[in-house]
Write a protein that binds this ligand. Sequence first.
Ligand code: NAP
Ligand code: HSE
Length: 431
Amino acid sequence: MNRVLRIGLLGCGTVGSGVVALLQQGADDIAARTGAQLVLTRVAVRDLTRDRGLMLPDGALTDDAASVVEADDVDLVIEVMGGREPAGTLIRRALELGKPVVTANKELIASEGPELSAIAQAAGVDLSYEAAVAGAIPIIKPLKESLAGDHIRRVVGILNGTTNYVLTRMTEDGTSYEDALADAKALGYAEADPTADVAGHDAANKCAIIASLAFDSAVHGEQVYREGIEHITEVDIRVADRLGYVVKLLAIASEIDDQMAVRVHPAFLPKEHPLAAVRDAFNAIFVEADAAGELMFYGHGAGSLPTASAVVGDLIDSARNLMQTARGPVESKHRDKQIRPIEELSTQYFVLLDVDDQPGVLAEVARTFGSFEVSIAQVWQEGDEEQAQLVLVTHRAREGDLRACADALADSPGVRRVASVMRVESEVFDS
Ligand code: NAP
Ligand code: HSE
């Protein structure tokens, strides 16, 4: 085998170091699969002095990332730096130079993915990003290729390991939110700024990428309706358990007639649903398609080697295509579906009210629900005269009506506070 393809690596941190390890360990297999030896020639980092514990080729390391993209001895580029810039500029330039790009950058793909794909298409090269959603789990290729002949109706995912770890600890050990999050940070699951995890931004970016592919429509991360897990309490988790649910941060992309809904929020999920069994920092994606039926993808959503596994898989595809002067499947946005506002969706809700334990309070609460066309399915009272709480579960209601009802309840006589409102996905995801 005489052919050599030369790789430029942008970033050599958690994921980049895993990529270097896999390229070195699997060199012979990779060469046999692609028909070329993949040789790492250049590696961009910020700090040239740090010992990375890796065997890198002499002279490969640079702090000038643009020089890696421009270099004549780089045929393919891997971007694992993170962030929108300079990563976006570097990727655009690489594609314009006709160099295929593999990236793990969910933030960038969620904001500029369709535009970058168009540049790749115009240049006739691959842009691949399997690692950007759910780390090691193959989901981009199944949506883009394996299920291309099917009609996807809904995708529901647990797409953020940090929040799933926190909710698992709170549910199974009664660990406090703060302690569970501190553990998640120490275990390396959380982003540098864990707000991206707990406020749902990270999952929203991944949800946008999934929805774009599932529904052949351009969806950006900021268009995804988003709520985080910061306000989940021990009472929410206890009530969910009593009713036969677990609390999960779900990313839901669904087709509704000629529109789609894209949302990330905590929800009550029936204990018997396969996603309810996804614990700790694991990720999973549940896909419902007309012909294939229900599919579930499960595994490590983060980490050095798991994420590198997806990166190197993409790299091998791109290298094969480059060897054959071909390119992988082009993304379609032909359906161009619009996003249905969250207020127009309907589901069941759990509502927790701190109330005065006085005659007439429950009647007034029930009257308020009725006046907004929200029907109550279950109600009971917890606590004592000092600290009474009304727990209510509604039948399906329109989100806009439920919100107006919650606002009115907050001003209702005898209601001290609307302590929690959470969606109950009991009909297993009917939108
Ligand atoms: P990381 O550990 O912070 O590594 C980033 C690397 O990029 C570091 O080597 C850093 O250099 C280098 N870098 C950053 N800015 C640079 C610049 N301007 N010029 C040159 N080098 C620069 O990040 P990571 O966890 O590997 O994540 C990389 C990407 O993968 C991100 O897009 C992330 O969202 C995505 N991802 C990560 C995971 C995961 O489990 N970590 C999972 C899925 C996707 P220094 O080493 O010198 O600081
Ligand atoms: N912080 C992310 C998570 C890393 O917790 O899932 C993987 O994208």
